[in-house]
Design a protein around this ligand. Structure first.
Ligand SMILES: NC(=O)c1ccc[n+]([C@@H]2O[C@H](COP(=O)([O-])OP(=O)(O)OC[C@H]3O[C@@H](n4cnc5c(N)ncnc54)[C@H](O)[C@@H]3O)[C@@H](O)[C@H]2O)c1
Length: 323
């Protein structure tokens, strides 16, 4: 049996121990390692489509793509805010390179309209950032309406966009990529918002399937990527209240720069750190979670009274081994 909990023998190397990466405390432009101009997809003149682009991570991605010289189509249900982002983009790259398409991703006809507008204008999509999301709360036996809302946006919204765009993207000659925004919460399932966690677990499953199906397709030039932001200060996490960014959170710009750097390197799982959680900590938490299944421990043992101390010891020992 493979064990990653080393409470019996903290010095034993685990076969599941990852090649540890020394985390990044923050992500600034100077940390980027791959030159923009060499990448075939994220490159000047190509086309980016971003859902959830009126705010937070989607907005920051739109501005960054524009900075890199891509044409940018932005979609969101929040029309007024979307128009404001559109104005900023027009100022940055000119009207001919910007499409502002108010879109509710839960409505397939609106998503089809978005695709048609983009292909009519520019004839291709290089990067599809399938990013719109909400955090409506649903617990195990409460909040049924919120369960529906959350799955409609976070899961069926992603499927609507993926199914509408993927066939057209597969017909293109140029390389392209689909980036779905998931969440670490869809992997480690922390108590608090089961509806959100479950919707993001479904996005993980969906995107892994997409990656496999794309690479199994003869002559496919499209890759899939699962974007797992860390704690990012956005509308979803309090930025709309006008409060100051908590020190533990990254800005949306930092998260986007990290994502772009790793997408350029060809990573499928883009596990983004923040100022509070470095990458090694995420890796260990994910492995602990997987070991619940593999070792037959109780569900979410990390938060189980009988396992809490063991988990803390595991983290302490494993992190100490890295120092
Ligand atoms: N902020 C974080 O810490 C964090 C962490 C992990 C994952 N995420 C994910 O990142 C993505 C972006 O979120 P964010 O943090 O930038 O939050 P945000 O609230 O700032 O942005 C989300 C955007 O999605 C839009 N949206 C909501 N429903 C929509 C719909 N039906 N159709 C079209 N657009 C819709 C909203 O209007 C909003 O502009 C989400 O999928 C979220 O789950 C965020």
């Amino acid at each position: 049996m493979v064990s990653i909990s080393d409470h019996n023998s903290s010095s034993a190397a685990s076969p599941l121990r990852p090649g540890m990466y020394t985390g990044t405390a923050s992500y600034k432009l100077e940390n980027m390692s791959v030159a923009d101009e060499v990448h075939p997809v994220i490159n000047a003149g190509r086309v980016a489509v971003i859902t959830g682009a009126a705010s937070g991570i989607g907005r920051a991605a739109a501005l960054e793509f524009a900075k890199l010289g891509l044409k940018v189509a932005i979609a969101d249900v929040a029309e007024e805010k979307l128009n404001d982002v559109g104005k900023q983009l027009v100022h940055q790259i000119g009207e001919a390179n910007v499409l502002v398409v108010p879109t509710d991703v839960t409505q397939l006809d609106q998503v089809v309209r978005l695709r048609d507008k983009v292909y009519e204008a520019w004839g291709e999509v290089a990067v599809l950032l399938n990013n719109a999301g909400i955090g409506a709360k649903g617990t195990s036996w409460d909040g049924l309406d919120n369960w529906h809302k959350t799955f409609n946006v976070n899961f069926f919204g992603v499927i609507n966009v993926q199914q509408t765009f993927a066939p057209s993207m597969l017909h293109q000659e140029n390389q392209a990529m689909i980036i779905n925004t998931g969440s670490k919460q869809g992997i480690t399932n922390p108590p608090g918002n089961t509806a959100y966690n479950a919707s993001k677990a479904a996005v993980k499953s969906l995107t892994e399937g997409l990656a496999h199906e794309l690479r199994s397709q003869p002559d496919s030039n499209v890759t899939a990527h699962l974007f797992l932001p860390g704690w990012t200060y956005t509308g979803l996490t309090g930025a709309d209240s006008g409060s100051e960014k908590p020190t533990g959170a990254w800005t949306a710009e930092e998260t986007v720069l990290y994502m772009l750097d790793h997408v350029r390197s060809g990573d499928f799982y883009i596990l983004v750190p923040d100022n509070e959680t470095k990458r090694e900590v995420d890796q260990l938490r994910i492995m602990w979670n997987a070991a619940d299944v593999a070792e037959g421990r109780p569900a979410l043992s990390r938060w189980h009274p009988n396992y809490k101390a063991l988990f803390e010891e595991y983290m302490r020992d494993k992190l100490a081994q890295l120092d």
